[in-house]
Design a protein around this ligand. Structure first.
Ligand code: GRF
Length: 202
């Protein structure tokens, strides 16, 4: 299966996928990353892709007159690589209806909280501020909401008294990277179907 991965930052989730495919081999893992896209330049995620000799592309919202034009450009850039699955690994933009029309149902996102709790761009900070005792990460299919699509898998992380946002996020990311690698591999090898809010991976 062909994966396109979208990033906006350090790209450690991307790196986990790259390392797993390298270690297991494309056949055994069931997928290869064919391109990496971003919404901004100069991020470590793109450097990781370049070190892996992968094609990269950047589509910045501010380069387009409207959000819909950006959405169309992103859709076209991803479609050029004919992916079977698109993975948002820390991609910090909400895609629009054209992207979802094209890739909905095969667009996976990872979020550093136990959805439906703490959706959005500050899930780690909000869980900490709320005072929950456990949080974690969620891998889900993207729908037309923000972090609201059908949940595929979740991992639990305990919050410690001494945690600040970055320490907690780092601990979540250790679980998140393993969960994403496991889920993407299963989706690639076994396929899936979505029945309402239920994801079935045979
Ligand atoms: C991940 O925790 C992701 O869930 C969140 O931002 C982080 C991205 O980390 N949206 P990285 O860029 O994969 O290192």
């Amino acid at each position: 299966k062909r994966l396109v991965v979208l990033v906006s930052g350090s790209g450690t989730n991307l790196q986990a996928l790259l390392d797993a495919i390298e270690a297991q081999g494309i056949e055994a893992y069931g997928a290869e990353i064919v391109a990496v896209g971003a919404d901004r330049d100069g991020i470590e995620g793109l450097a990781r892709a370049e070190r892996a000799a992968l094609p990269t592309f950047v589509r910045r919202v501010k380069d387009y007159d409207t959000r819909d034009e950006w959405d169309a450009a992103l859709t076209e850039a991803v479609a050029a690589y004919e992916p079977d699955l698109v993975v948002s690994a820390g991609f910090m933009k909400i895609v629009g209806k054209e992207f979802l029309a094209r890739f909905g149902g095969r667009f996976v996102n990872t979020h550093p909280a136990l959805l439906p709790s703490f959706p959005g761009a500050h899930g780690v900070r909000e869980a900490l501020a709320y005072g929950v005792k456990v949080t974690g990460c969620t891998v889900h299919f993207v729908d037309d909401g923000v972090d609201t699509g059908p949940i595929i898998a979740q991992g639990v992380v305990e919050i410690r008294d001494e945690d600040d946002e970055s320490a907690l996020h780092e601990r979540i990311k250790e679980v998140e990277r393993r969960l994403l690698v496991e889920v993407v591999g299963r989706l690639a090898r076994n396929g899936h179907r979505i029945e309402g809010r239920k994801v079935v991976i045979p």
